[in-house]
Write a new protein. Structure first.
Lengths: 158, 173, 358
């Protein structure tokens, strides 16, 4: 039936429009739902979402040890060539040579915070930090070395 | 000393006439349309001046809202609407001027000979009266022309639909 | 109580007493002109502020909150910025028409303001065809938009102008037809008559079903006619950058912006006059005591309240609904709104003849 469909179309349309208006009307009257953060004012109690991605950092424990094996999985995963891993060879007590991390170079100016490196890491050595105030006066300051000086790989991480 | 009424009349007339002249002499077709618009608006102003509100509103709605918009649309759809047009040949200019002169003299003579006198009988241009006059069937009524015009417009509308309709070919399947 | 009618009357009498009629009329012209310009400026500031706050709250934001208390002076600061900005005219544009267009649009809305009744007896021009006059004048603003679009010499502007023209010309039909329902019920085109007819109840209650249908169609059609979202095809930021005012800057752009908001005010004022009794207080039939209490609220407050409530509804539309495509837009008008409003017109005529309204 053409006429029946026509009329039911009209009623459905009006109904769905009213549904949308009800939601916006709810937000209009309920100001507690507002999610805007007045950033520079509330710097102390800033409430960042859990999954916010600010920059890549390497995790170090209290013994200044990290979990990076220098496998370069993150370097390969990075779409922008943000990460450059320089490796060295350690000599183990048994006299074997073993590949280890020398310098984890991270170019923040190239990073798009895509999180692919963190996902690629087999040992969870790196993660995304929530810091976001990255502005500096010189571009070279954005090239960072992520492993701390004197740090070494944690025992038992392969 | 002219009364304010007369001053307004002459101002409106000058506006209408100058907009009309500009509309004819402009070399850009879009500008011509805009001058025509101003001329028509001025005529609507004259109707308002004569306190014929209904006629004035209809003048604006039909001519400005309808016809000039239609003209502008057709200008948009033609090529080279932004170019300056060539002036018409001299012969055409002369004959147009002659036609204007003859038309002017004819009108002037008619008005002059007839000798209109101001302030005759009052007439009531109310909307209700216009409406009942339009649909009256007695001697003063306009029911027949009104219906004829409606039928004409209806047939034009149907014609438009027929032209615009997609012809669906009978599928082989 | 201080009524606006009394003030205008006393000014009129005093002027006629002190000056000769021509001069009195001229000075009244000047005063009305000044009032209208002031009203325009105030409306622009208030409505833009309102729109920004409404949109912010509907989108779970705060909105402007830095300039002045609660961000109240933000629009003032923006206006100041627009005033001192350079009004650029593109090289390839038709300079004359380009600069004329904003004024045509603004003058059209200024003219359409004439029959709006702001309070009891407070009206610029109560002409006997008020409603017809408004719908006639509102078609002039199309010309301004087409002019702006063509004179800019820009494809986006031209496309926006064409769309806007098609949209306004087609939605004018259903807006006119829905206005006609109330004209049929009242039997007059004069705005003061229409308002006076609602002395014992507003038309939206007295005219029940046909009036409500007409009101919904009226709201949709005027939203489209003022080129507002969800019908902002003329601007369509995502497709046409800014439509017909892409090339405009500074004060000329501000004039377009102002005209848009004033147009919203005018259509809402007309809608309030038609369906909610304009300045007429909320009256119920012959409940004399109740009506008398309602009369204590001044008529200007009733008018402002109703108009701003309607403006709020139109803003609510804008911040809720997604934009229509141009073909959907024309489908909506020609396949839905126009047939419905025609059927509604017949229904209203039937109701009016039978006297089935209250």
């Amino acid at each position: 039936m053409f006429l029946k469909k026509y009329i039911s179309d009209i009623f459905n349309a009006v109904g769905s429009l009213l549904k949308g208006m009800r939601l916006t009307g709810f937000y209009f009257t309920h100001h507690k739902e507002i999610i805007t953060q007045q950033y520079p004012d509330n710097r102390e109690q800033l409430n960042l979402p859990e999954r916010f991605r600010g920059e890549v950092v390497m995790l170090h424990d209290e013994n200044n040890e990290h979990a990076c094996t220098g496998c370069t999985a993150c370097e390969l995963a990075c779409p922008n060539a943000t990460i450059k891993i320089i490796t060295k060879f350690d000599v183990t007590p048994e006299g074997k040579k073993k590949k280890a991390l020398d310098t984890f170079v991270y170019h923040l100016e190239l990073c798009t915070m895509c999180n692919l490196c963190v996902e690629a890491c087999p040992t969870d050595a790196i993660k995304m930090a929530q810091t976001f105030e990255h502005s500096v006066y010189d571009r070279s300051q954005l090239t960072k070395k992520l492993n701390r000086p004197g740090s070494k790989i944690r025992e038992g991480v392969e | 000393m002219m009364s304010a009424n007369a001053v307004i009349f002459y101002m409106l007339s000058v506006f209408v006439l100058s907009a009309g002249i500009l509309s004819v002499t402009s070399r850009k077709i879009f500008r011509s349309a805009i001058w025509l618009l101003f001329s028509l608006m001025g005529i609507a102003g004259l109707y308002f001046w004569m306190e014929l509100d209904f006629l004035a509103a209809v003048q604006i709605a039909v001519y400005v809202g309808g016809i000039v918009v239609l003209i502008i649309f057709s200008i948009f759809l033609t090529e080279q609407s932004g170019r300056e047009m060539q002036g018409p040949p001299l012969a055409r200019n002369i004959f147009s001027l002659l036609a204007v002169a003859f038309g002017f003299v004819l009108t002037w003579l008619l008005i002059y000979r007839y000798g209109f006198h101001a302030g005759g009988r009052k007439f009531d241009p109310g909307v209700g009266r216009i409406g009942s006059q339009m649909l009256a069937t007695d001697g003063q009524g306009y029911a027949l022309p009104f219906e004829l015009a409606s039928v004409l417009l209806l047939s034009a509308m149907i014609g438009c639909i027929v032209i615009a309709m997609k012809t669906t070919k009978k599928s082989d399947a | 109580m201080l009524s606006l009618e009394g003030i205008t009357d006393s000014i009129h009498n005093w002027l006629n007493h002190a000056l000769n009629p021509t001069l009195a009329m001229l000075s009244e012209f000047v005063m009305v002109g000044l009032c209208v310009i002031t009203l325009f400026a105030m409306l622009g500031l208030v409505l833009i502020m309102m729109e920004r706050k409404v949109s912010a709250y509907m989108q779970v934001r705060i909105g402007p909150n830095r300039v002045g208390p609660g961000g109240m002076f933000q629009t003032l600061a923006d206006t100041l910025k627009l005033v001192v900005k350079e009004g650029l005219t593109p090289d390839g544009a038709d300079h004359f028409l380009f600069n004329l267009a904003p004024f045509v649009v603004l003058s059209a809305s200024m003219l359409a303001l004439a029959p709006v009744a702001f309070a009891k007896g407070f009206q610029v021009w109560d002409l006997p065809i008020g409603i017809l006059y408004v719908s006639a004048i509102s078609s002039v603003s199309v010309i301004g938009i087409l002019m702006a679009g063509w004179a800019s010499n820009n494809k986006y502007s031209l496309l926006g102008a064409m769309r806007s023209g098609a949209q306004i010309v087609s939605y004018e039909l259903s807006a006119g037809l829905s206005v006609l329902t109330i004209v049929i019920l009242t039997g007059s085109l004069r705005i003061s008559d229409i308002i006076q007819a609602q002395q014992d109840g507003w038309w939206i209650f007295k005219g029940h079903i046909p009036a409500i249908i007409a009101f919904v169609i009226f709201l949709i059609a005027v939203t489209a006619e003022t080129n507002r979202a969800p019908f902002d095809m003329a601007e369509a930021e995502s497709e046409l950058t800014a439509g017909f005012h892409t090339e405009y800057s500074g004060m000329k752009f501000a004039l377009f912006f102002l005209a848009e908001y004033v147009n919203i005010f005018i259509v809402c004022a007309i809608g309030a006059a038609l369906f909610f009794g304009g300045w007429m207080p909320f009256h119920i039939g012959h409940w004399e005591s109740f009506n008398h209490i309602m009369d204590f609220i001044p008529s200007s407050i009733w008018f402002t309240g109703k108009t701003f409530a309607l403006i709020f509804v139109i803003m609510w539309f804008r911040w809720t609904f997604p934009r229509l495509r141009i073909d959907q837009l024309l489908n909506l008008e020609w396949k839905y709104l126009l047939p419905i409003s025609m059927a509604n017109l017949l229904l209203t005529t039937f109701v009016a003849i039978k006297g089935w309204y209250f």
